[in-house]
Design a protein around this ligand. Sequence first.
Ligand SMILES: [Mg+2]
Length: 317
Amino acid sequence: MIGLVDRVRGGLYGLAAGDALGATVEFMGRDEIRRKYGVLRDIVGGGWLNLRPGEWTDDTEMALAVAEGILADPEEPVPHIGEAFLRWRATDPPDIGGTVRAAFQAYDRLGNWHRAAEAVHARTGMTAGNGALMRTLPLAFAYPGPVELYVRCMEVARMTHWDPEAGLTCFLYCRAAQHVVLGAGLVDALDRAVEEMLEVAPAGKMSRAAAALAGKLEGVMAWPEDRLRPTGYTVDTLACALWCAANAESFEEAVVRAVNLGGDADTVGAVTGGLAGVMHGYGAIPARWVDKFNRAQRERLDAAAEGLARLAEKIFV
Ligand SMILES: [Mg+2]
């Protein structure tokens, strides 16, 4: 029996570990990874960002920003999450994603996150990247599903990613994680989350997008592995994460499979690690991975996990 605190902590540490492991091979192809590493199983740093072993990237930073914003005010998290995003930007990180960068610039002009993201979407038509999905997990511990969770996933995704698929994939991911916490297996958890998405998505554009998304993910956990596409498209990323989490016996195996797909490996690793961490709990994360995080990193993860676990105790009764 995995306790709630262990699952929340497992989700956050799992996300961070998947990010730190995958960053080494971000933008590499599967064959290239195989030639260079065989199977990448250890957090060794490097990669295009030239990280020290254990250093994480924008995925974990933005997920912690969401957690910190929720904990600042669970009733109205968006302004606080926005402030945390801007604090992170002020550190001049090298790896701000394209959609997020555009949304930050639009926010500077407009002073409103949702108007900023909508403006970026109107201009580019391309805001279904995985930059919202990679940071969404804290919402699963703070807001009861399906109805409030749906609203919160949309409002937080739409701070930067206006496309309906961005918010809808966040909902499926968070709601599936909640069903896992409540005792479901992952296949059932996703089935229920999809049904609930179809019920709660408002009629019109959102319900059409939800129906299309349900079709795109049909039977995902039984797909042949070569159908997985570790791209930056949020639906592809969610499919990879669900497949890897479902087709693995352990936390470690799920995350190793995910990052060794290559491509957007840090984000696919983070999204997989978050879900697998909820499934298997903190105790299942290899100590040799956790040991790579320094004290400051662990303090940030622990503070977020403790705060979110307190909120989670209220919604998982
Ligand atoms: Mg990253």
